[in-house]
Design a protein around this ligand. Structure first.
Ligand SMILES: Cc1cc2nc3c(=O)[nH]c(=O)nc-3n(C[C@H](O)[C@H](O)[C@H](O)COP(=O)(O)OP(=O)(O)OC[C@H]3O[C@@H](n4cnc5c(N)ncnc54)[C@H](O)[C@@H]3O)c2cc1C
Length: 457
């Protein structure tokens, strides 16, 4: 299906008719309403981005069916200098898949086939949903090492290009840890696109680059043993006790775990179906523990907390997995009934973790509501956090970010669209910036997201 865009109010700046002729035969949608709807992700979590990105849209949506069609689209975009933004599950939080300068929105989800699987590794198309990958490989005794809490809708390519870590990171760390992405195959955006295989450390050039450093057409990912996981909720009188117990579980290398998430008492009333397992006024610890480790897990908890829920993990159709109350789903549970809040993304210092957590709770007791995620980071156990923030003004939000940073809590700001602004270090990764010159010389891939990149003229 091919069509000329019907964006009557805003004629395109680009030669879309020429592009359509170049990619004749590749599926295209041009209805402005549909394209606009697909040009959105979960940026509305941020009151700032919600205003900033409200009217952004691509000109057309193009859905290649294989890598050869991706190459044709990339070549046509390069020739005609038309921006190209890849869209997968569109569950990103910072407008990552929102085209700031119009052009082509490239729906990559049809590239979802598995090329091969062997013990401990899989090679798969970027458009495969992570839940589908795990369901397919579980009978072989393996699963993905980690996934975001959006596993049921998000793709493996979107996770590598836009995510950082999630369920499983308490054992394996984030995607940035060496070995957590084995290889990526990409298509460059040049008049004559090249296909590159990025292996080992080189694969990091596409990790969390928001699709600015190439179009991923295949990924090799490492796998983990698929344990029978048990979902557990433990209730505590005090948040610090829940955090301390979680910390001990995270540190216990003999306990096989996938998720260790303390959530403070004011948040759980927003937990819908899970509320009945969250006693009023209590903070909780949400965990996924291998069945064989349940005894030692409970021994660590001891009499400090009360187990209120214990059942085998489920994620099939018609069920809401427990992990959909953790990571950024914790925020979503609250947003379902109250849009006045927002959130932060923090990384706490591993060497004074407990002191730093206590300090932040004491400084902002009612304004920043505690929710942490235990992770491994550079070989050490620490906590990232996605606290709920009672939003007032952009100035106060920025003040809170500055106060966290001054106290040594690093912030990946989820209220900005650029990679630099959203990075804990406030700059683009040097390797990724250099690589972009090689693979996207005209700066057509998701323009505006790698703000420090200056395109060749
Ligand atoms: C409720 C909620 C919970 C979340 N929890 C987590 C979490 O636990 N951990 C986490 O890391 N993130 C989390 N996220 C963010 C997001 O869901 C994940 O990063 C997810 O993996 C993105 O996948 P996607 O398929 O939706 O990608 P999209 O949102 O479609 O894309 C993400 C980015 O990757 C680029 N991209 C996608 N595919 C390709 C490709 N083939 N080639 C090049 N670039 C590409 C896009 O252009 C975009 O910049 C959460 C978001 C929400 C709304």
């Amino acid at each position: 299906m091919s069509a000329v865009p019907d964006r009557k109010s805003q004629p395109s700046r680009y030669d879309i008719a020429g592009l359509l002729a170049d990619i004749d035969g590749v599926p295209v949608i041009a209805e402005a309403q549909v394209v606009r709807k697909r040009s959105r992700d979960f940026f509305w979590y941020s009151p700032i981005l919600n205003k900033e990105l409200a009217d952004k849209s691509a000109d057309i949506l193009v859905s290649p069916r294989d890598e050869a069609e991706v190459v044709r689209v990339a070549a046509a975009c390069a020739r005609r200098r038309i921006p190209l933004t890849v869209r997968a599950g569109a569950t990103g939080n910072y407008g990552q898949a929102v085209p700031l300068e119009g052009g082509v929105l490239l729906d990559i989800t049809a590239l979802s086939a598995t090329e091969w699987q062997k013990p401990g590794a899989i090679r798969v198309g970027p458009g495969a949903r992570m839940v589908d990958i795990d369901m397919a490989i579980r009978p072989s005794g393996y699963e993905l090492r980690m996934h975001p809490s959006t596993k049921r809708t998000a793709t493996i390519g979107g996770f590598v290009a836009g995510g950082s870590g999630g369920v499983g990171s308490v054992t394996y760390g984030g995607l940035r840890e060496p070995g957590n992405i084995l290889a990526a195959r990409i298509v460059t955006v040049e008049e004559e696109p090249r296909i590159l295989e990025l292996r080992d450390d080189a694969a990091q050039k596409v990790n969390r680059a928001y699709g600015t450093t190439g179009i991923i057409t295949a990924l090799e990912m490492p796998l983990a043993p698929a344990w029978p996981w048990i979902d557990v909720i433990v209730a505590f009188d005090d948040y610090v006790d829940a955090f301390q117990a979680g910390y001990e579980v995270a540190l216990a290398d003999g306990i096989v775990k996938k998720l260790v998430t303390p959530v403070s008492a004011p948040i759980t009333p927003y937990f819908g179906a899970l509320k009945k397992h969250c006693p009023e006024g209590k903070s909780i610890l949400i965990c996924m523990i291998a069945e064989a480790s349940l005894g030692p897990f409970k021994a660590i908890i001891g009499s400090r907390g009360t187990v209120t829920y214990e059942a085998p993990s489920e994620e099939g159709p018609g069920t809401v997995p427990l992990y959909e109350y953790t990571w950024n789903h914790t925020t979503l549970q609250w947003l379902k009934s109250d849009r006045s809040i927002t959130y932060l993304q923090c990384l706490f210092p591993h060497d004074r973790l407990m002191a730093s957590v206590k300090e932040m709770i004491a400084r902002f007791p009612d304004e920043v509501l505690a929710h942490h995620e235990f992770i491994r980071f550079g070989g050490r156990v620490t906590a990232s956090a996605l606290p709920i923030l009672r939003y007032t003004t952009p100035e106060r939000l920025n003040e809170l970010i500055a106060m966290h940073e001054e106290a040594g809590v690093m912030i990946a700001n989820p209220h900005v669209v650029s990679l630099e602004g959203g990075s804990r270090h406030k700059r683009a990764d040097a390797d990724q910036l250099g690589f972009k010159h090689e693979v996207d010389p005209y700066g057509l891939l998701n323009p505006g997201k790698m703000a420090s990149f200056v395109a060749k003229r």
